[in-house]
Design a protein around this ligand. Sequence first.
Ligand code: ADP
Ligand code: MG
Length: 578
Amino acid sequence: MSAETFEFQVEARQLLQMMIHSVYSNKDVFLRELVSNASDALDKLRLESLRDDALGADVSDLHVEIEPDATARTLTIRDNGIGMSHEEVVRLIGTIANSGTAKFVHELKEGGGSAENLIGQFGIGFYAAFMVADEVTLLTRRAGEAEGTRWSSSGEGTYTVERVDGAPQGTSVLLHLKPEDAEDQLHDYTSPWRIREIVKRYSDFITWPVRLVDRSAAAAEDAQDSGEDGAEAEPARSEPAEPETLNSMKALWARPRDEVSDDEYHELYKHISHDWTDPLETVRLQAEGTFEYQALLFIPAHAPRDMFMQGYQRGVQLYVKRVFIMDDCEALVPSYLRFVKGVVDAQDLSLNVSREILQQDRQIQLMRRRLAKKIISTVKEMMANSPDRYATFWREFGAVLKEGLLGDADNRDAILAVSSFASTHDPEKPVTLREYVERMPEGQSHVYYLTGDSRSAIENSPHMEAFRAKGVEVLLLTDPVDEVWVEAVPEFEGHALRSVAKGEVDLGSEEERQEAESERGRRQEEYASLLAWMTERLGEQVKEVRLSSRLTVSPACVVSDTHDITPALESMYRAMGQ
Ligand code: ADP
Ligand code: MG
């Protein structure tokens, strides 16, 4: 059967160039990525064979094999997992399907930030093979299909794909290692001890056996044997020595905390999240009793690019008694915590549990609440003990967390307490509501804010004039969600939240206020006919024209009633078709 040649998608080609020229300094991670893919493929096969009796795949010995060949200078990573169809090979390996990644490559080309840094932010998966190989051949057959597919490329612009007979089910990736690494012990990926070391370091927790198949050891033994038997002996075909399992396969979440190093936790995080940077926080929870479960969750150090897009994959995986059940399990954490990654392992669920069942299960709902509380309290600790980490957290995830002010009445106060906001008080540092209230001068009873598209738009708003003149602190809210939650949250510790764009503002002491009030009454009479005339002329467009003490420079501004929606919210509702 003849091979077809395809071109890599533009973004894929750019990414490959970076791999070939190894902008990422730690090349060992290629093995982590390939073992991680193999492990995913084994998970998928196990699940699919549970669901589909007709699949007919042998799942009795699911495993990953790593086979080095020092003479040919190749390394093969093999699994007997789900495999890929011809169409999947072209779609998954030839293109970058993830739009976030494609966008990233664009950004990189536009010259933003160092490549190493940016790669660390999203990982590169299969293409990492090209950090160490100048030729990669992937042979695969999908479970349930008769025909296999061979894919091959040197990473330079094109790849070939051909249909093949007789491929074993699963996937093998054959790397032809770069000659320039041959003399360098650290980069000798045919060395059994290096392979052992790398698997132990990055993939120890993988739940399937990762085996080293060392035919060279067997060949050496054979050579010895045949030497004793005399020169006439048949040159024996090397049977590999008993494969050695390299990983402990221990579920980290089930091990006592003091037995697991931060590094081990971080490697699990990287496997689950496909992220190459360490997480910001690790959160553990063990629940005993009627509904037993273990949770090992992570707060990443940076927001995924598609967090606000439809179809965003949440990162929490569900296991039942150490067996992987599903990715992206939305029943386990509320949507406003969708940036959290990790594993929940429940003891008392059926292996066949479905998403629908999970959504309705009371125990799962309780678990979800408990996990949400635990995550919020972790943020609180971060806020108290590591302000820098908290600042990173807030910059990356604040806009998502604030969605919880709307949807999660139970945790509203807790979320408010760990939230911070840009403020006129300090142009550099966001402030908390607590700090705001503590700074409030005698006579001020409300927390003032203004929403808008950007800090500068808000600062230039005429609504700000009186507040600036009086030196009253105003929170500057610029996330889209701010428009909505401020409507849902009436107060903080007894202090009403008030938009400076709405209704009456009271600034200053009781006396000042009374004086201003009577002054305004006097002037209202004085200008009564002008105001009546303006109200009439503006007709339907306004409810009322009145004198204001809120302006110091601008001649006029439009304000909403205290209970009216703000202009931005109005346009948002309009956009939503309401
Ligand atoms: P990711 O693992 O983040 O999805 P990769 O670049 O590592 O990205 O892999 C791309 C896709 O190729 C995977 O999502 C999977 O569908 C497919 N794939 C890669 N390796 C294997 C494998 N060993 N078996 C089956 N499918 C694989
Ligand atoms: Mg991968």
